[in-house]
Write a protein that binds this ligand. Structure first.
Ligand code: BTN
Length: 308
């Protein structure tokens, strides 16, 4: 392990002051070498406090800087502020970044949602994009968005006891209120998916603002602030595991178990038209099956859905 990463790992686990001697023994390097690594870490923004007794990491659990993600740190790109993590992730993907590269920001000044909407991205929310290079047929890529929604909804349910449901295609609602939005962007090379960039905006400690449906944040539901790093780590753990053994039928089943759309009267806007009727099911590729007033069935693969 790189000595700097090793130092962070030890200080992170300890959560108290660790002497230079202990670090030098653990790493098998001199105390002067330890001191030089610490200096470099401090200069790069890692909050290590030195005292006569040794070194301590001021570890804020809300901190999203790469060093705080231990084994994942090389694939985390952090910005205090950016235009949109989607643009940053697209640039990295085009430069050939590895699978599961993540761009995360504290704020976005041009955050965007589906259908050309803005995504207001103030302090306290979790805004990130994950570059995925899936080895699955093009026909099934729509299910990756549904899978991301399922993984985030299950995380909210199991780790925070939030009664999250998924709305087609991949919004996460609590009751009628939106807590999370997901946007994806794909680039293909012939029949092969080059990458999918999945952008997720989760209302955590921010004052949530979206037009429809009325938004809600984790903080307002739980009555306390939630450290964002544990959410991002928890999501990536689940999502990486799922993508390593992608099972399309499982995604469909899990999505159906969590969904709040099937059984609703809906209006679905696509780029070309609007389909109105009863949402009766999703198909094997994640398309929404709508029964229209005349009884005709229509399957929509991409669109924006409103419950009536
Ligand atoms: C939607 O519900 O319309 C999708 C919202 C997606 C917002 C996220 S925040 C991180 C990433 N960067 C963006 O500009 N958008 C996505």
């Amino acid at each position: 392990m790189d000595p700097k990463q090793h130092i962070i790992k030890i200080l992170n686990l300890a959560d108290h002051v660790i002497s230079g001697e202990t670090l030098s023994e653990a790493l098998g390097i001199s105390r002067v070498a330890v001191w030089k690594h610490i200096q470099a870490l401090v200069q790069s923004g890692v909050p290590i406090v030195a005292s006569s007794k040794g070194y301590q990491l001021e570890n804020d659990p809300d901190n999203l800087q790469p060093w705080a993600f231990s084994a994942r740190q090389k694939r985390i790109h952090y910005h205090p502020q950016t235009l949109s993590t989607m643009d940053d992730a697209t640039e990295l993907a085009r430069q050939g970044c590895p699978n599961f590269t993540v761009v995360v920001a504290d704020r976005q000044t041009q955050g965007r949602g589906r259908m050309q909407r803005d995504w207001l991205s103030g302090e306290g929310g979790l805004y990130f994009s994950v570059v995925v290079r899936p080895d699955i047929p093009m026909l099934l890529v729509g299910l990756i968005n549904l899978a991301a929604a399922v993984d985030m909804a299950e995380l909210l349910r199991s780790d925070y006891q939030i009664d999250a449901g998924v709305k087609w295609p991949n919004d996460i609602l609590v009751g009628k209120h939106k807590i999370c939005g997901i946007l994806s962007q794909l680039e293909a090379e012939g029949e092969q998916v080059a990458y999918i960039n999945i952008g997720i905006g989760l209302n955590v400690n921010n004052t949530a603002q979206t037009d429809e449906p009325v938004a809600v944040s984790m903080k307002s539901l739980l009555g306390r602030s939630v450290p964002r790093r544990e959410i991002l780590t928890g999501f990536l753990d689940r999502f990486e595991k799922r993508m390593a053994a992608f099972d399309s039928q499982k995604v469909v089943d899990q999505w159906k178990a969590l969904n709040v759309t099937i059984g609703q009267r809906v209006r679905v806007f696509t780029i070309k038209d609007m389909i109105e009727g009863a949402a009766v099911d999703i198909d094997d590729h994640g398309g929404l099956i709508v029964r229209q007033a005349d009884g005709a069935m229509k399957t929509v693969l991409v669109g924006d859905c409103f419950h009536r």
